[in-house]
Write a protein that binds this ligand. Structure first.
Ligand code: MLT
Length: 222
C-alpha cells in the first residue's frame, strides 16, 4: 500500500488513495496522530481513499483538533476557528487530490468526533456522512444548519466516564432537529473503542452507503 506523508495542503496529514470514490476523513482523538486511524479506516472500507490530518493544537504535547479549558469544556472561539480551518483543508484536499466532494465521510474518535460534529453544524456542505465514536455536543448553534442530505452513525459507551450517554443523546437530538438521518448505538463500553462497534459501523457504511449507490433519498450516495 502506498502512503504519502505530505505537508500540502495546509495541515500535516496522510493521504492514501483508494479504488472507490468515497473518502474517509479520519480524525484522531486527543494525543493521537495522522497515523492512528489508518487501520480503522481500512477496516471500515478497504476501498476508500483515506485523508487523515493531524490536530494542530498541543495540550501538554498531545495533538488535538481544538483547545479546551477543562475536560469537556471547550474554548469555543478556538473550536470554531479550527473547525473552519479543517473544513478549508478538506476543500483544498478535494481539489488537490481530485476527490469526489460529495463522497466525504468523516470518521472521528473522541476529540476528532467532536470536531466532526462541529463541522456538521458550522460547515454542513462538507460532509455527506459521519461516523462518530464517543462524540458530544460541541456547542449549541445559534442557527440550525440544513443536514437533510447527511447521515450520521454514533457509537456511544454506556460506561463512558468522559461522555455520558445523555450527552450522546443530546447530540442525536440536535442533529435530528437539523434534519440529519441519525443512527445511535449504545455499547457496553467505556471511552475506548470496541471491535464490535467497529463491525457495526462497518456494516452501516457498507450496506447503506456503498459508493455510487443511491439511497432512498436521491443524491445521498457516498
Ligand atoms: C474533547 O476534549 O474533545 C473531549 O473531552 C474528548 C477528549 O478528547 O477527551
Amino acid at each position: 500500500m502506498l502512503t504519502f506523508p505530505v505537508l500540502a495542503p495546509d495541515l500535516i496529514h496522510e493521504f492514501i488513495p483508494g479504488s472507490s470514490e468515497r473518502t474517509l476523513l479520519l480524525l484522531h482523538g486527543t494525543g493521537g496522530s495522522e497515523r492512528d486511524l489508518i487501520p480503522l479506516g481500512r477496516e471500515l472500507d478497504p476501498t476508500a481513499t483515506l485523508l487523515s490530518p493531524r490536530g494542530q493544537v498541543l495540550e501538554n504535547g498531545m495533538p488535538r483538533f481544538f483547545r479546551r479549558l477543562a475536560e469537556g469544556v471547550f474554548d469555543l472561539d478556538d473550536l470554531k476557528k479550527r473547525t473552519h480551518e479543517l473544513a478549508d483543508f478538506v476543500v483544498g484536499s478535494t481539489r488537490h487530490y481530485k476527490l469526489a466532494a460529495n463522497r466525504i465521510v468523516a470518521v472521528g474518535y473522541s476529540n476528532g468526533a467532536n470536531i466532526a460534529a462541529s463541522m456538521l453544524l458550522l460547515r454542513p456542505e462538507i460532509l455527506r456522512a459521519a461516523i462518530l465514536f464517543r462524540a458530544m455536543v460541541p456547542f449549541a448553534p445559534d442557527k440550525l444548519p440544513h443536514l437533510s442530505l447527511v447521515r450520521v452513525w454514533i457509537g456511544a459507551g454506556n460506561e463512558d466516564p468522559i461522555i455520558p450517554p445523555s450527552e450522546a443523546q443530546r447530540l442525536v437530538q440536535l442533529l435530528r432537529s437539523a434534519g440529519a438521518d441519525v443512527t445511535i448505538r449504545f455499547l457496553n463500553a467505556a471511552h475506548g473503542l470496541t471491535n464490535s462497534e467497529i463491525e457495526i459501523a462497518r456494516e452501516w457504511l457498507g450496506t447503506k452507503w456503498r459508493p455510487g449507490e443511491s439511497s432512498n433519498r436521491n443524491q445521498k450516495a457516498t
